[in-house]
Write a protein that binds this ligand. Sequence first.
Ligand SMILES: [Zn+2]
Length: 205
Amino acid sequence: MGDLLRAESEKQTQRGAQVRAYVQSGDILPWAIAESIFRDHLEGVSAPLVILDGMPRNLDQVVHLESLLKTRNGEVCRVVFLDVGDDELIRRIKSRFQCAQCGMSCTQVGHDPLPECRLCKGTSFLRRSDDQAGDVLVHRLEVYHQMTRPVMDYYRDRGLLFLLDGTQPIDVLQEQLIQMVKIEMGDVGTTSHAVSDSANAPALS
Ligand SMILES: [Zn+2]
C-alpha cells in the first residue's frame, strides 16, 4: 500500500495532492481516499488471493475493507504481523533510501556505502521524502501504536492473527510468508509449524 500511495502522491492530481499531504504529515489517510486508490488498483486483478501490505491501519479501515471485500465475495483470511521493536523500526526507517533515478527503495546495511540500484544500476540515492524528519517519524510511531494495535486485537480475537518475528533474516521471513500463502492456496497441508498463533505468542526464531 505504501508504494501505491507514494506513486499516487507523485501524480499532479487533486487526489495526488491529498495523498502527498498525508504522507508528509505521517497521519493515516482517510478511508475514502485509500479506498478509491485501492479500488482502482484492484480493477482487473483476477487472482484468488490478494496480499495487502500496510492496510487496514485502524479499526475504521477494518470495517470499510471488510465490506469492500464482501462486495467482491472476498474476505480477510489471515493477518500477518511482522513484529519489530520501536528502536529497530527507527533504525530501519533511517537507513531507507530511494534511487534518485528510478525511485527503487534501498536499505543501507550498517555503515556500508549504498550499493548500486538493483533496477537501473544508478548510484545516487535520496532519503525517502516521508522518512526525513525525526519528529514526523516519532509521530508516525505514536499514530501506529494508537491506531494499529486495536486492529491486531480485533484479528487476534477472530483467530486470524499470526505474528512473525520481523527481526529474522529476510530469507527466513520470506520463506515463512511463502509457506503461509501456500497454505491459503491449499498447496500445502501440514506446515502450520511455520507460523505461530499470537494468542499464545511464542516468538518464532
Ligand atoms: Zn534505480
